[in-house]
Design a protein around this ligand. Structure first.
Ligand code: FES
Length: 103
């Protein structure tokens, strides 16, 4: 299993901000929703659209290109045209830093 990688300050996730990072060749983003942290690959599995500006509703993220919804907890594609799940990364707060680990 890979090591934890520091991707930024926990304070930078305030006010619905996102942390973006590249780990092991994957672009990912980290968000905080309702006090919980989620980290997932920053590419829609339908047609590779970046999800940097994707809207988040509850625990779902909505691809801005064709509207597929993904579960932030599991990465599951909830609505077409995407059927493959988003890659999910382990994420934790360590002190005042956010750390992510590739699966
Ligand atoms: S690129 Fe995301 S739904 Fe098509």
């Amino acid at each position: 299993m890979s090591a934890w990688t520091d991707i930024g300050a926990a304070a930078d996730l305030a006010d619905s901000a996102r942390l973006l990072a590249e780990i092991d060749g994957y672009y990912l983003q980290c968000v905080q929703v309702g006090g919980d942290l989620y980290a997932f690959e920053d590419r829609c599995t339908h047609d590779d659209a970046p999800l940097d500006d994707a809207e988040i509703e509850g625990r779902e993220i909505i691809c801005p290109r064709h509207g597929s919804r993904f579960c932030l907890r599991t990465g599951a594609a909830l609505t077409p045209p995407a059927y493959e799940p988003l890659r999910i990364f382990e994420v934790r707060q360590h002190g005042d830093r956010i750390e992510v680990r590739a699966p």
